[in-house]
Ligand binder design. Structure first.
Ligand SMILES: *[C@@H]1O[C@H](CO)[C@@H](O)[C@H](O)[C@H]1NC(C)=O
Ligand SMILES: *[C@@H]1O[C@H](CO)[C@@H](O)[C@H](O)[C@H]1NC(C)=O
Ligand SMILES: *[C@@H]1O[C@H](CO)[C@@H](O)[C@H](O)[C@H]1NC(C)=O
Length: 183
């Protein structure tokens, strides 16, 4: 879309501070190969124009795998009245920008590991057609247990976006659909 205007606001400060300083846990840029497997959404925050009960709805785990053309693929089984529906989204690791994955053209998400490779933060801060979209997610392998110092780091990230820390959601876990096999 030619009319789409995007300003990435994360390029400087936010990213550098997540990776290098100001956080309790060490941050490191994620890569496609290191992200593969099953993940749980521990916390999330975002300025989505949705009613409160929708924002606080149950969330299933998701799988990150590699698709046929080598892109990272986000897959989530969502429970619908008709049954479980698999939602897919391709994320292409930017070759020239560490930590950045393109969500679709001109739209990027930043993914960093925190304190090793079992926990990560994914966030988006973009301006599209005058709407400033912000979203952050704290994800973990194995289970949805929050590590206390990582939770504090996540609050720091949310405040930097900036979003209100009080808007952080601890989503109830949805295990009504089958989780894919660990790759
Ligand atoms: C959840 O994962 C953490 C580390 O990722 C581990 O220390 C903890 O024991 C796990 N909890 C359960 C209930 O499996
Ligand atoms: C964050 O939200 C709380 C209540 O929802 C409000 O009292 C507070 O003023 C907000 N803080 C900022 C910085 O907007
Ligand atoms: C979704 O469920 C199907 C089985 O119903 C399973 O084969 C698939 O791996 C699941 N996908 C994810 C992302 O959990």
């Amino acid at each position: 879309m030619a009319a789409m205007q995007l300003f990435l606001l994360t390029t400087g400060l936010t990213l550098l501070s997540v990776v290098q300083a100001g956080y309790i846990n060490r941050g490191e840029c994620a890569t496609t190969d290191k992200l593969l497997g099953n993940w749980y959404i521990i916390r999330w925050a975002g300025n989505l124009p949705l009613p409160e009960e929708k924002l606080r709805s149950r969330l299933p785990p998701f799988t990150l795998s590699k698709n046929k053309i080598g892109y990272l693929e986000f897959r989530m089984n969502i429970s619908k009245p008709i049954g479980c529906v698999e939602f897919k989204l391709a994320l292409n690791e930017a070759k020239d920008k560490p930590c950045y994955f393109s969500l679709w053209i001109w739209h990027y998400v930043v993914i960093v590991f925190v304190g090793g490779e079992n926990f990560g933060f994914a966030f988006l801060n973009a301006k599209v057609n005058d709407i400033h979209q912000k979203m952050a997610m704290f994800m973990g392998r194995r289970n949805h247990t929050a590590h206390p110092t990582m939770l504090m780091d996540f609050e720091t990230l949310v405040s930097q976006l900036p979003l209100n820390k009080t808007s952080i959601i601890n989503p109830p876990f949805d295990d009504s659909c089958e989780l894919g096999k660990e790759s």
